[in-house]
Structure formats: C-alpha cells, structure tokens
Design a protein around this ligand. Structure first.
Ligand code: ATP
Length: 252
C-alpha cells in the first residue's frame, strides 16, 4: 500500500529524512518509533503529500504522490499530531467540509457524519462551534474528519495523545478492525506499550534513517536483544541517558 524509495528531506544543509526505503503492505498496522526529531513527522507528511520530498519517491496504492497527487491523496486519511480545526465551524460543518474536499456530499455523507459523531461521543456537540471543544474533543473530530471519506490508508501521528481511556480504547479497536478489513495504517507513537500491543510491524527511526524494521520477533533478532522489552531495544538503538548525567543534574 505504501512504497517509499530513497525518500529524503533536507532543510538547508540539515537532512531530516535520509534516504528511507520502506514497504507497508495492505492490511497491516505499521508503527514508526523514534526519539524526538528523528524524522517521523517529516516522513509521514511526505507520504500524505503535504510536504514535498527533496528526492526519492512515494507510492500509495501504486499511485505516485508526486505525479498524481489528487489520486493518491483520495486514498489517504491523515491525522496530524496537533488537532487543527476551524474555530468558527461547528463539528458537523467541519466534517461536511472535510468530506467536500474529497468531492463527497449528500445524504450518504450526512449519515456517515452522524455515525462517526455518535461513536466518538460527539453527537451532542454537532451544532456547537469547535472553539468550545476541549483538546480531546478536537482530536476526536479530526479523527472523524480523516475517516469521513472512507480512506484505504490512515496516516496518524501520535494518535493517543490527549484521548481519555475510553476514546483511546475505541481508537485501538477501530484501527484493528480497519486493518482486519483490508485497510492499512501507518502510525507514529512514543508510547512503546501502544506500539507493542497494536502494531504488526515496527520501524525504529533514528537520525533520519531506519535503524531497525520488522515484527517484534524480527527486531529482537536484528538487535540481538534476546527477550528485551521494546523499550530496552529502543534505547539500545537510539541511546539512553547515563547514570552520571542524572547525578549531575540532581546534585545539590
Ligand atoms: P518528535 O518525536 O519530536 O515529534 P519527529 O521524529 O516527528 O520528532 P520531525 O518533526 O520529523 O521529527 O523533525 C525531524 C527534524 O527535522 C528535526 O530536527 C526538526 O528540527 C527538523 N525540521 C522539521 N521541520 C523543519 C523545518 N520546517 N525547517 C527546518 N527543520 C525542520
């Protein structure tokens, strides 16, 4: 569903994403892990067609994002890490607007909007301006907006941040069923337990490159980590703090 070849993004002399090649097949929930600044968001924004790569290619369902962007984007629902919604639209208007961007409207979409708002406990807020929504409610509305046009691929940056336990569980169940029905998800997260439980495969990104890629079992083999936890593997690949650094900071 996703095929990246030598994907690279430079900002001036700084290389944020450094020649990433990756394939994510249909029906897979794929996780991107990596320390702050590793290049996860930059990679996801290039796959979603929001950011232009310096070089390399992105294919979504066999469609080249650079050559046929509208066709490629029609397959994608993108959920950014920061929930941006238009304050002066109501939740219902925002979802109608999101659907219209994909050329979809009419009674079918109205029903879909109601279903999505219902499952995310937002029905009572359908006619309220989003400026009155809490952070978590905005996040849920953004998720509804990414699902409204029935995408084949969901790209989601840090999905669980700001969600209450009930909504987080709903999202986990929804994502699992989405991939079980043939959809594909590319998800970044810092919550290693979430990645371990939810993802079929995981790539650990470090300094713009993929440091390891595979199932949990394959990652353990690649990193010769025996039965280490994902956290220990992650720190082995990306480096943790040292005890003397803590001592220095905490010394009175
Ligand atoms: P985090 O986990 O903190 O969200 P990330 O892995 O998503 O990090 P990115 O946001 O992809 O990291 O950033 C990768 C690198 O690219 C960082 O060093 C960041 O400072 C740099 N970067 C991102 N956007 C820009 C920009 N517009 N101009 C210059 N540098 C940028």
């Amino acid at each position: 569903m996703i095929r990246l070849k030598d994907l690279t993004k430079r900002y001036g002399k700084f290389t944020a994403v450094d020649g990433i090649s990756l394939e994510v097949p249909r029906g897979e929930l794929f996780g991107l892990l990596g320390p702050n600044g590793a290049g996860k968001t930059t990679t996801m924004r290039m796959i979603a067609g929001i950011l232009r790569p310096t070089s390399g290619s992105v294919l979504v369902g066999g469609v080249d994002m650079l050559e046929r962007p509208l066709e490629a984007k029609a397959r994608i629902g993108f959920i950014p890490d920061r929930p941006f919604v238009y304050d002066k639209l109501t939740g219902g208007e925002f979802l109608r607007f999101a659907a219209a961007l994909y050329g979809q409207d009419g009674p079918g979409i109205e029903r879909r909007i109601d279903e999505l708002l219902e499952i995310f406990d937002l029905s009572a807020w359908k006619h309220e301006l989003t400026e009155s929504y809490s952070h978590g409610m905005r996040q849920k509305l953004i998720i509804c907006g990414a699902l409204v046009h029935r995408p084949e691929l969901i790209i989601v940056d840090e999905p669980m941040v700001g969600l209450d336990p009930k909504s987080a569980r709903l999202l986990k169940d929804l994502f699992r069923q989405f991939v079980d029905r043939g959809g594909t998800i590319l998800m970044s997260t810092h919550t290693l337990e979430v990645a371990e439980v939810m993802c079929d495969r995981i790539a650990i990104v470090f300094q713009g490159k993929i440091a390891a890629n595979g199932t949990m079992t394959e990652l353990r083999q690649q990193t010769e980590s025996g039965d280490l936890s994902l956290e220990d593997m992650f720190l082995k690949l990306t480096g943790g703090h040292r005890a003397h650094q803590l001592d220095a900071v905490l010394e009175r």
